[in-house]
Structures are given as structure tokens and as C-alpha cells.
Write a new protein. Structure first.
Length: 364
């Protein structure tokens, strides 16, 4: 890395760090005001509260990084312009495009980092925090917060259809289990029932298991198998994660999990599929906000030092919030099937990315 690149990045990374810390603190404080009464009423121990706020950081970073990056670019470049450092660098023969190249790379790396967080840590941590808050609010309720009832599930690879009377998302215990094993042609081949089941050592163990063979028309073939007090279900490939994902809202699923869910539930209505497809594209498109805001901030930041910071910051924030408004409108239209899902989500990215590229190209 050349000295000039290191100097420019230092002028951006320092305010970026301050902005990240400040916005994360504001995010935590705002959440604490919302949930403090629930923590007090539930008598939540302080270590669990601290753990909750550690887990909330990955999902907060998805939204904090873009605005922090935008403000850091605006501040860093305005300072360089105000002190005539950009002018001196250009006078020494370095083109403006070469000067902003490390910042564009920073925006790209930030997008990649946010995409990784958004795909790995954020869905799991967001789900954990949602479950934690829900459990704290329902501590005094008679009905367990972790119980999902009448849970259907279809495993397309193994051609099995499950219906679970009760599923405990915390212990993975099941009750009132019914499984239909289908043939390749889609006809029912066997029905398996069990009173309850537990997940032990990577396998399902059922109690009071009974099997009934079915013919091609779904009629019963002979008597059912003898009732087994306990049986290890070696043939069942489904894991607790498969059933938990069915109970989750789309915001708690990674793009891969969303795609698997859509593939496994093609029988759902077109409106439901559209909602899941919009959420899938949203999870893929959102991280690129970092690159977009960097491109939008470069020309504005390079001129705010001469024209005054407030006007440039106001313009950049207006573009930033316009992007999010357009993104949310697109999602709403996509979920109502007015616009195809991929276009509804990616159109704001394409539009503002184009604006950013053109603005950088026209920089003087």
C-alpha cells in the first residue's frame, strides 16, 4: 500500500470508527429504553442482559455500517479538501480517480464484510435475541413461549411429510408425531405415528411408534406394526434446524435457508412465494448499500470543504434516506406481486449505483 493510500484511508477510518461506536451505542441505548422494564419485571440477571446486547450487535451492524461509512467519507474528504490536501495531491500529478480508488475499495470490502455477517451471524443472533426477549416477557405465562403447535413440514429430498402436534424450539422435544413417507410418484407408501420424540446424539428417538403400510391408492395394507415402546429412527434425515426454520420469520433466515425453504414449499400460494422471494433478494441486495453510499459520498465530500459541510451532508443524507424509502416501497410492491421480486429489490441498487458511478465519473 502506497503512502498516499494509507494517508487517505487513515483520514476515513478514524471517523468511521467513531461513527460505528456512536451509532452502536445509540442503537443499544434505544433498545434498552424499549426493553428495560421487561428485564426488571422478569428479574433478568445482568450477565444475560450483557449477552443479549452482544448478540444484538451483528444485526445492528447491517444498518450501522452504511450510514457510518457515508458520514466518514463525507467528513474525511471535506477535511482533506478544506486543508487543500486534495489540491496538493492532484498538483503533484495524481489523478482524482486514483485518489478515491482506495475509498471505493473500502466500500467494496465493507459490502463484502456486511454480506458475510448478514448471511452467517446476523440471522442467528437476531433470532436468539428475539427468542430471548419473548421468553423474558412470557416468564409468568402458563403457556410456554418456546412451544410451536400443529407444525407442518415437508422434506422434498426424502419425500416425507410431517405433522407435529407440539414442537419445543428449546429442547427439540416433539409430541403427537405423524409422518407420511411418499413414493417417487407422489403416492403415500407408509404412515408413521409416535406419541413423542427427542433429539439424541444426532438422531430422532421416538416413543410408542407404529407403522402402517399403504398401497398406491393410499389404502391400508394389512395390520399396523406392533407398537414399539422406543425406537431410534435411523432413516429420518431431518434435523431440529429444519423444523425451527419453519417457525422463523423470513428476517431470521439466511439467503441459503430462504432458498431451501422456497424450494421445499413450491405448493404455497404465489403471494406467499413472492413474499419469501422479496426477502431473499433483500438479504442479498442490502449489503451493497455500503458500496453505493461510498460512491454517492465521494463527489459530495470532495466539494463540501469548499462549499460548506452542512449542505453536502444534507444532500448525502437525503440521497441515503431516499434509497431506503425506495427500497421499502419496492419490497411492498414486490410482496403484493405488483412488481417481480428481484426487480422490486434490486432496482434501487441499480438506480443509485448508476447515480454514484456517474457522479464519480464527473468529479473535477
Amino acid at each position: 500500500m502506497k503512502l498516499i493510500d494509507r494517508y487517505i484511508l487513515t483520514n476515513i477510518l478514524t471517523p468511521l470508527t467513531y461513527c460505528l461506536v456512536a451509532f452502536l451505542m445509540l442503537f443499544v441505548i434505544f433498545d434498552l429504553f424499549s426493553n428495560l422494564s421487561d428485564f426488571i419485571d422478569a428479574g433478568t440477571p445482568m450477565p444475560y442482559v450483557l449477552k443479549y446486547y452482544v448478540y444484538i450487535i451483528p444485526s445492528a451492524m447491517i444498518f450501522v455500517v452504511p450510514i457510518s461509512l457515508l458520514l466518514a467519507v463525507l467528513y474525511g474528504l471535506s477535511q482533506l479538501t478544506r486543508n487543500n490536501e486534495l489540491t496538493a495531491m492532484r498538483a503533484s500529478g495524481v489523478s482524482l480517480y486514483r485518489l478515491v480508488a482506495p475509498l471505493i475499495l473500502l466500500g467494496m470490502l465493507a459490502s463484502i464484510a456486511v454480506a458475510v455477517i448478514n448471511e452467517t451471524l446476523a440471522p442467528k443472533s437476531a433470532y436468539w435475541t428475539q427468542q430471548f426477549i419473548g421468553a423474558e416477557k412470557h416468564k409468568d405465562d402458563d403457556i410456554s413461549f418456546y412451544i410451536s403447535r400443529n407444525l407442518p413440514f415437508k422434506h422434498p429430498v426424502s419425500r416425507r411429510i410431517w405433522m407435529i402436534g407440539e414442537f419445543d424450539r428449546q429442547t427439540y422435544a416433539m409430541r403427537s408425531i405423524s409422518i407420511i413417507q411418499q413414493r417417487e410418484d407422489g403416492s403415500d407408501a407408509e404412515r408413521i405415528t409416535a406419541r413423542e420424540g427427542q433429539w439424541k446424539d444426532g438422531r430422532w428417538v421416538f416413543q410408542e411408534v407404529q407403522r402402517q403400510k399403504l398401497d398406491q391408492r393410499g389404502n391400508i395394507m394389512g395390520p399396523p406394526s406392533p407398537l414399539a415402546a422406543q425406537q431410534v429412527m435411523w432413516e429420518l434425515e431431518e434435523t431440529p434446524t429444519d423444523f425451527i426454520n419453519v417457525t422463523k420469520d423470513p428476517e431470521f433466515l439466511s439467503s441459503r435457508e430462504l432458498l431451501d425453504f422456497i424450494d421445499a414449499h413450491q405448493h404455497l400460494s404465489s403471494s406467499t412465494i413472492a413474499r419469501y422471494m422479496v426477502d431473499l433478494h433483500y438479504r442479498l441486495a442490502l449489503p451493497w448499500t455500503c458500496l453505493i453510499v461510498t460512491l454517492l459520498g465521494l463527489p459530495i465530500g470532495a466539494h463540501t470543504g469548499r462549499r460548506g459541510a452542512m449542505g453536502g451532508i444534507a444532500m448525502a443524507l437525503l440521497l441515503f434516506f431516499s434509497f431506503y424509502v425506495m427500497m421499502n416501497l419496492g419490497m411492498a410492491y414486490g410482496k403484493k406481486e405488483i412488481v417481480v421480486p428481484w426487480l422490486a429489490v434490486w432496482l434501487p441498487n441499480m438506480l443509485f449505483l448508476g447515480i454514484g458511478i456517474i457522479s464519480v465519473y464527473r468529479m473535477r
